[in-house]
Design a protein around this ligand. Structure first.
Ligand SMILES: [Zn+2]
Length: 742
């Protein structure tokens, strides 16, 4: 069926190009089908080669050079483009020392050597050394303790063994939680320093051959990365809630709450192994074992280490490239699409494998304009800077233009890298139906079936019986909710813009993330070698953009929202019940002496303390709100379908409904924000306070239960219910207006 579409597109194209522009926007389908024939994989490879040719981190000469090159490309392709600059705090390393001082001595190399076959790996003079941005300065010497992934649950295991990290330096492995969580939790437990290393079990030789023989992390590879407290707020640490313009009021560096409390440094497993093998004390629990050829022990000591880090705390200019195609009939409704252009080093995978397709989309959209296409809505394409430091470019832009975005932004579409395999599309559930439709029209470059078919097949092959049935029978495949970790976060969670994060992947492992080996050589050898999935990404996102820009009515669908919120409500109720059962059972085991009776006196574990029983919570406000939302969503679905033939003839009335629909996701936004972190204002989705990247849905309720704050959970139930009621009211009024159309 797709092939047929593609053939007829050429004919329609000829017709469309000789028609006046105003009429041509009437027929969306041909324009998006024409669009899909334009992206060229070869161009995507060439953009990647150019953009990743030199290290291009925030503040580097090549970062600015890239921004100017991207600007020139947008202009060449007919876009109205400019660079928007902000001034942000960006520390770079002045001094990095990690050495073992007892029981033997060892000095960590802290260096990734060039690899002969990899032509960009020797650009030392432009490479940022391996470090964690927004670690504070520090100089500490202390016994070492291994804390596994450094999550709160790992410290509970330490507690049961009577091991404290107070006054110690912890060594945690990368993975499971976002890296910034590790020093945060370590400091909460009294540690004075934090070292993070990449264990070969997670992205090294246990997975596949290491670079340059294979794609995985070699013994010297280090994952750089930001460790700011992003779950509190992302963006420039000195300007929360406002754009980092030159005149913005700034916090004093000493008061900036998102810097770490203790010094942090990332290392390779080559540097970690001597430290870990010098640890004594208890052997780790089985789940804590990595795959270095050593016996993993917890410590503390006898290894004592000296960690010293000092940074240049400089203000740095940041360059967002912002390009516009003005809408013809609804210019004040924006479709925004972005990917970041900055990298930690050369960054071919992250971010250029997503940035290059975005550029190819921009070229192809410019091509359509030349052929006579006039989008109804304004299309805004952005190449962000400073993403790697903590979503600086996107956060400052959203905060700076907060008012305007609130009334104009209908959707934000993000990508952040791309690979071979399956389409992943996560985001707002009002777009679930829409993105399923798009996925049905995109051909998978390798298997030639639709990318939707492959997504469905994967869901069937992976799921349990219930999930399999759902993947076979539910009209739309479920999309996952978004946590954080890329530039969609300020749009969705601060401003309430409906959001999609899109990318292909899932077939290739790699271990070069945020290292000097993430470069063109690696990508062209081990990833999407001929950029065919880059082309598929450009086809997918371009189709999304065109359909949204030209839709008579924003194609939001709310029955899936109601269905998903109902699922979340069931989940938090189930979570509470689990907590109740767990505490009851554990208290009973404590009282019955079970812990004491199974204990191995040579390897003692402390008996946990009796916990007060978990109280009941009244979920009725939430249940009632979701029932009402379900009815309103059904009504809206019917009303929008019935009204479809009447939309074109009712321009002014439909424009008013569109303006209201732009506010639909914002009904879940609460100006006062989430408990303890007011920057996050969306009551449906947030990154976990103790997970960092992965999402917590109904975060106020869910995290209060997880953190045993049951009174707070009950208050949050009421707040979320009110937000859902606002959404219901908005849908009912939009439905009433649609029902009145003649
Ligand atoms: Zn990225």
């Amino acid at each position: 069926m797709r092939r047929g579409l593609a053939c007829s597109a050429a004919v329609i194209l000829v017709l469309a190009s000789i028609r006046p522009a105003a009429q041509s926007s009437r027929t969306t389908a041909p324009w998006d089908a024409t669009f899909r024939t334009i992206p060229d994989a070869k161009n995507i490879g060439e953009y990647m080669k150019r953009l990743s040719a030199r290290p291009h981190h925030l503040g580097s000469p090549y970062d600015k050079d890239n921004a100017e090159w991207i600007l020139a490309k947008f202009k060449e392709w007919g876009w109205d483009a400019r660079i928007e600059t902000y001034q942000v705090l960006f520390p770079t390393p002045k001094e990095r020392v990690l050495e073992m001082v007892e029981p033997s001595t060892f000095k960590a190399a802290l260096r990734e050597p060039p690899v002969a076959v990899d032509p960009t790996s020797n650009q030392d003079s432009e490479q940022l050394p391996s470090y964690n941005a927004y670690s504070i300065d520090g100089d500490v010497t202390a016994p070492l303790v291994y804390v596994n992934y450094g999550r709160p649950a790992d410290y509970e295991e330490l507690d049961r063994r009577g091991i404290s990290v107070k006054g110690a330096i912890v060594i945690a492995r990368y993975g499971e939680s976002w890296r910034g969580i590790k020093p945060k939790v370590a400091a909460e437990h009294g540690a004075v320093g934090c070292v993070i290393y990449s264990d070969p079990a997670d992205d090294g030789y246990s997975v596949d051959d290491v670079f340059p023989n294979g794609p995985m992390r070699n013994r010297d590879g280090v994952q750089r990365g930001s460790v700011m407290d992003m779950p509190s707020y992302p963006g420039d640490p000195l300007t929360p809630n406002v754009g980092a313009t030159p005149e913005a009021k700034r916090l004093d560096i000493k008061q900036a709450p998102t810097l770490t409390a203790i010094p942090v440094l990332p290392i390779s497993y080559g540097d970690a192994q001597p430290l870990l093998s010098a640890l004594g004390g208890r052997v780790v629990p089985p789940a804590w074992r990595g795959t270095l050829p050593i016996t993993y022990r917890i410590g503390p000591g006898p290894a004592r280490v000296h960690l010293k880090v000092a940074f240049n705390w400089n203000m740095t200019p940041l360059y967002n490239v912002v390009a516009r195609l003005q809408g013809s009939t609804l210019p004040d409704e924006w479709v925004i699409r972005g990917n970041h252009h900055d990298a930690w080093v050369n960054g071919a995978h992250d971010p250029i494998s997503g940035m290059a397709p975005e550029l190819e989309e921009a070229r192809a959209l410019g091509e359509l304009v030349k052929q006579g296409w006039r989008p109804k809505r304004t299309i805004v394409y952005i190449a962000w800077d400073g993403e790697e430091q903590g979503l600086l470019g996107s956060t400052e832009w959203v905060e700076h233009h907060d008012e305007e975005i609130r009334y104009k932004a209908g959707i934000y579409i993000n990508s952040d890298g791309n690979g071979r395999g399956f389409l992943n599309a996560d985001g707002s559930h009002s777009l679930e139906h829409f993105i399923n439709d798009v996925a049905r029209d995109i051909e998978d470059p390798d298997t030639k079936v639709s990318v939707w078919k492959r997504m469905q097949a994967r869901a069937i092959s992976r799921g349990n019986a219930e999930r399999r049935a759902e993947a076979r029978n539910r009209p739309d495949l479920r999309i996952d909710a978004l946590g954080s970790g890329s530039d969609y976060s300020p749009f969705l969670q601060h401003n309430g813009v409906p959001t999609l994060n899109i990318g292909f992947g899932g077939q290739d492992d790699d271990g070069i993330y945020h290292s000097i080996y993430d470069d063109f050589y690696h990508f062209a050898k081990f990833a999407d070698t001929d950029f065919r999935y880059g082309r598929a990404l450009a086809q997918t996102v371009g189709t999304v953009v065109i359909r949204l820009a030209d839709a008579d009515l924003w194609p939001f669908q709310f029955t899936n929202v109601a269905d998903t919120v109902q699922m979340y409500v069931n989940e938090v109720q189930e979570l509470l019940k689990q907590r109740q059962d767990e505490v009851k059972e554990r208290n009973r085991q404590i009282e019955d002496g079970v812990f004491a009776a199974v204990a191995d006196p040579r390897r003692p574990l402390q008996t946990p303390k009796i916990e007060p029983p978990v109280p009941a919570i009244n979920f009725a406000p939430l249940e009632n709100a979701v029932s009402a939302l379900t009815r309103a969503a059904e009504r809206y679905k019917k009303a929008s379908e019935t009204a479809r033939p009447r939309l074109a003839a009712n321009g002014a009335a439909v424009a008013a409904i569109n303006a209201r629909l732009i506010q639909s996701e914002r009904q879940f936004v609460e100006p006062s924000g989430l408990p303890k972190r007011s920057w996050y204002r969306n009551l449906l989705y947030a990154p976990g306070y103790y997970t960092g990247y992965s999402v917590k849905t109904l975060p106020g309720v869910r995290e209060a239960i997880e953190q045993k704050a049951y009174t707070d959970a009950e208050a949050e139930v009421v707040r979320v219910a009110k937000a859902i009621d606002r959404e219901t009211a908005l849908l009912d009024s939009a439905s009433a207006d649609l029902e009145r159309l003649k």
